[in-house]
Design a protein around this ligand. Structure first.
Ligand code: PGA
Length: 250
C-alpha cells in the first residue's frame, strides 16, 4: 500500500487523476471500476477537463460501478447511475453501452449479481478500481463483518452509513434506502490495481485503522493491505492520525 499525502483534496485528486489518465493513454480500452460519494467529485472533474482538452478519450473505455441502492431505478435522480451521469458520464465521450452500474430494481437480484460478476470477468477484469472509504470502514457498500470472500450481492446498510449518506437525501436519513447491491470484497480485490481516496478529518480515524489496525472484517478496507497494488490518496486532514514515516509527501 503506497500512501500519498497532499495538502488539499484538490491536489490529492489531481494526483489520483494522473494515474487514471496514464492508464487510459496506455490502454485505450481499459476497464475502470468507479465509485460514487462526495470524495471522487474532484477527480471526475479532472477527467472531464482532460477529456475536453482531448488529452484522453473514453471512446473504448469500459466502466463498472461499485454499487447501487436497492429500489432506485437508473432514472431516479438519487440513484448512483444518475449521480454518475451527472458527475462524469454526460461530460465525456464514453459509449453508453460500455457503462455498467448494478441494477437497483432487478426482479431477480441473485441473477443480477451473478451476471454482474460474469460481465466483469468477460470484460477481462478491472484494471483500476476507484474507492472511497466509509467512516465505518466500508468499501463499496461492504459494511463491517462482510466476508473477505464476498462477491456481488445485496447488503444491508448500517445506521452509520445511512446517516452519512443522508447528505444526498435532503439531509433526511429516513429517505436513504436501507439496502444496496454491491460488488463484494473479493470482487474488489480481483482488480489489478486500486486507488482509494479519503479526505477530511472525519476520515482520519478510519484511515488509521485501515492502515495500522488488524486486518479483519471489522474494518473491511483493511483487506486492501493484502493487495499488491493499492495507492491511497489523502489530504493532510485524513492523514493526520498516521505515522509520518509511512507517508509519501506529494
Ligand atoms: P463519501 O463516501 O465519498 O461521500 O465520503 C465514501 C464511501 O462511502 O465510500
Amino acid at each position: 500500500m503506497k500512501i500519498f499525502v497532499s495538502d488539499t483534496p484538490s491536489e490529492a485528486s489531481k494526483l489520483a487523476a494522473a494515474e487514471f489518465k496514464a492508464l487510459i493513454r496506455l490502454k485505450s480500452d481499459a476497464v475502470l471500476g468507479l465509485a460514487t460519494g462526495g470524495t471522487p467529485l474532484l477527480l471526475y472533474r479532472e477527467l472531464i477537463e482532460a477529456c475536453g482538452r482531448k488529452e484522453i478519450s473514453f471512446k473504448k473505455i469500459r466502466t463498472f460501478n461499485l454499487d447501487e441502492y436497492v429500489g432506485l431505478s437508473a432514472s431516479n435522480p438519487r440513484s448512483f447511475r444518475s449521480f454518475m451521469d451527472e458527475n462524469l458520464f454526460n461530460h465525456i465521450d464514453i459509449e453508453r453501452e460500455n457503462i455498467r452500474v448494478p441494477n437497483g430494481i432487478s426482479p431477480d437480484f441473485s441473477a443480477t449479481c451473478a451476471e454482474y460478476e460474469a460481465a466483469i470477468k468477460k470484460a477481462g477484469g478491472i484494471d483500476l478500481q476507484l474507492l472511497g472509504i466509509g467512516s465505518d470502514g466500508h468499501i463499496g457498500f461492504n459494511e463491517p463483518m462482510s466476508a473477505f470472500s464476498s462477491r456481488t450481492r445485496i447488503e444491508t446498510l448500517t445506521p452509520k452509513t445511512i446517516a452519512d449518506n443522508a447528505k444526498f437525501f435532503d439531509g433526511n436519513p429516513e429517505f436513504v434506502p436501507t439496502r444496496a447491491i454491491t460488488m463484494g470484497i473479493a470482487t474488489i480485490m480481483d482488480s489489478r490495481s486500486i486507488a482509494l481516496l479519503a479526505f477530511g478529518e472525519s476520515k482520519a480515524d478510519i484511515v488509521a485503522r485501515m492502515v495500522c489496525g488488524d486486518i479483519d472484517e471489522s474494518v473491511p478496507a483493511s483487506v486492501l493491505r493484502r493487495h499488491s497494488d493499492v495507492m491511497v490518496f489523502l489530504d493532510t486532514a485524513a492523514a493526520s492520525k498516521l505515522p509520518s514515516s509511512i507517508l509519501i509527501r506529494a
